[in-house]
Ligand binder design. Structure first.
Ligand SMILES: Nc1nc2c(ncn2[C@@H]2O[C@H](COP(=O)(O)OP(=O)(O)OP(=O)(O)O)[C@@H](O)[C@H]2O)c(=O)[nH]1
Length: 347
C-alpha cells in the first residue's frame, strides 16, 4: 500500500502596508528552525523591493544565505506553488519542509487557503498553515476606518502580532486590543517585541493545519471574499503603484525634507513609500520606509545587493500619480539643493 505523502504547510504572513511583514520574515528566516523553508513574496503592482532587501534574487527561484529558497510571485499563486513543488521533486531546489508566503499589504489572505485546497495538484502536497497578521500599532485605528481589507486581514488570522508597540503609548495599545477582541477574539495575540524569543514556534500548530477541508475553506472564506473583492471594492480601485528610478546620487538632506513635506501634506493618500537610495558622499545604500504620515528612521545596509546602484522609490498611493510626485521632487530639488537633481524615470 502506498504511504500517504506528508503535507507541507503554507504559512502566510499578512498585514496592511508597512506593518512590518518583511522585517518579521527576515528575523524568522535568521532562525535555524526555518532554514528549510521556501519563501514566496507577493508584491503589489508587479514590482517590489522586498526581495532585494531579503537577499540576492534572480528572475526565478534562488537560494538565500539562510538556506531558504525564495521567489517573487509575478503571476498566480497556484502557478508559483506548482513550480516550487516541481522544482523540489526534480531535486532542482532543496527539499523544503514548509512554504512561507508574504502577501501584499493590500491583499485579503482569506482566499489563499481555498487556492490550495481547490487545486487538484496542490491539495495533494500542501495544506494551509498558520495565518499570521501583523497589526501596525501606529496606523491600526485609522486603517480600520479607511481600509476594509485591514479588517479582513485581522479576521482571518490565527495569530495577530502587534508591531511598532515601541512607537505608541499603552492606551493606544489597549485600544487596539479592544478592537482586535471585537473582530477576532480567537486569534493568539503577540507583541512584536516579544517574538524574537519564540520565533522557532511562530507557525507551530496553526489551527487549520490538520483539519482543514475544501468545504470548510469555502464556508470560512465566504463573507470576507464578498466584502473585499478587489474587483468591486471602491477602496482599492483608485490605488496606484509606481516606481521612480534616479540616475545619479541624491542630496539626502533636501530629499528628506521634500519627503517629510510630501507625507505631511498628502500622507492620507500616500499609503506607502519605500526605497533603496544612493545618497551623495555615502557608498552604503540607505533603506527608507514611509507609511502614511510616518517616515521610519532610515537604515544603512553595508553593501548593495547587486550591481545596480540606482536609487529606487516605490509608492502606493490613492490617486496621486507618478508624474505629480516626480515633478514635485524635481522642482523642489532645483529650487533648494546645490546638487543637481538626478534624472528621474518612472514606471
Ligand atoms: N519602530 C518599529 N519599526 C518597525 C517595527 N516593525 C517594522 N518596523 C519598521 O517599519 C517599516 C516597514 O517595515 P516592513 O517590514 O518593510 O513592512 P512591510 O509590511 O513588509 O511593508 P510592505 O511590504 O510595503 O507592505 C521599516 O522601517 C521597519 O523597520 C516595529 O515593531 N517597531
Amino acid at each position: 500500500m502506498n504511504e500517504t505523502p506528508p503535507f507541507l504547510p503554507v504559512h502566510v504572513i499578512s498585514g496592511f502596508l508597512g506593518s512590518g511583514k518583511t522585517t518579521l520574515l527576515k528575523s524568522v528566516l535568521a532562525s535555524e528552525a526555518f532554514g528549510d523553508s521556501a519563501v514566496l513574496i507577493n508584491e503589489f503592482g508587479d514590482m517590489g523591493l522586498d526581495d532585494r532587501l531579503l537577499g540576492e534574487i534572480a528572475e526565478d527561484t534562488v537560494l538565500l544565505s539562510s538556506g531558504c529558497v525564495c521567489c517573487t510571485i509575478r503571476g498566480e499563486l497556484s502557478d508559483a506553488l506548482r513550480r516550487l513543488l516541481s522544482q523540489r521533486q526534480n531535486g532542482e531546489i532543496p527539499a523544503f519542509q514548509r512554504v512561507v508566503l508574504e502577501t501584499t499589504g493590500l491583499a485579503d489572505p482569506g482566499p489563499i487557503a481555498s487556492t490550495i485546497t481547490a487545486d487538484p495538484v496542490l491539495r495533494h502536497h500542501l495544506r494551509p498553515g498558520t495565518n499570521l497578521t501583523l497589526v501596525d500599532a501606529v496606523n491600526a485605528i485609522e486603517s480600520l476606518q479607511r481600509h476594509p481589507v485591514w479588517e479582513a486581514q485581522v479576521a482571518v488570522a490565527d495569530k495577530l502580532v502587534i508591531s511598532k508597540t515601541d512607537l505608541v503609548d499603552t492606551s493606544r495599545i489597549d485600544h487596539i486590543h479592544d478592537l482586535l477582541n471585537t473582530i477576532n477574539p480567537a486569534a493568539q495575540r503577540l507583541e512584536r517585541e516579544a517574538l524574537d524569543q519564540c520565533s522557532d514556534t511562530l507557525f507551530a500548530s496553526g489551527p487549520h493545519l490538520e483539519r482543514f477541508t475544501h468545504s470548510q475553506a469555502k464556508t470560512w472564506l465566504g463573507p470576507w471574499r464578498k466584502t473585499v473583492d478587489p474587483e468591486k471594492s471602491s477602496h482599492l480601485s483608485d490605488m496606484l503603484s509606481f516606481r521612480l528610478a534616479f540616475d545619479g546620487e541624491l542630496d539626502w538632506t533636501c530629499f528628506g525634507l521634500w519627503l517629510s513635506m510630501l507625507l505631511n501634506r498628502h500622507g492620507n493618500d500616500i499609503m506607502r513609500v519605500k526605497g533603496v537610495l544612493h545618497v551623495k558622499d555615502d557608498h552604503r545604500p540607505v533603506v527608507l520606509h514611509g507609511v502614511q504620515h510616518t517616515v521610519h528612521p532610515p537604515e544603512h545596509i553595508e553593501t548593495w545587493p547587486d550591481d545596480d546602484h540606482r536609487s529606487e522609490l516605490i509608492f502606493i498611493t490613492r490617486g496621486i500619480t507618478a508624474m505629480r510626485v516626480a515633478d514635485s521632487l524635481d522642482t523642489f530639488m532645483r529650487t533648494v539643493s546645490d546638487h543637481p537633481c538626478p534624472r528621474i524615470s518612472h514606471a
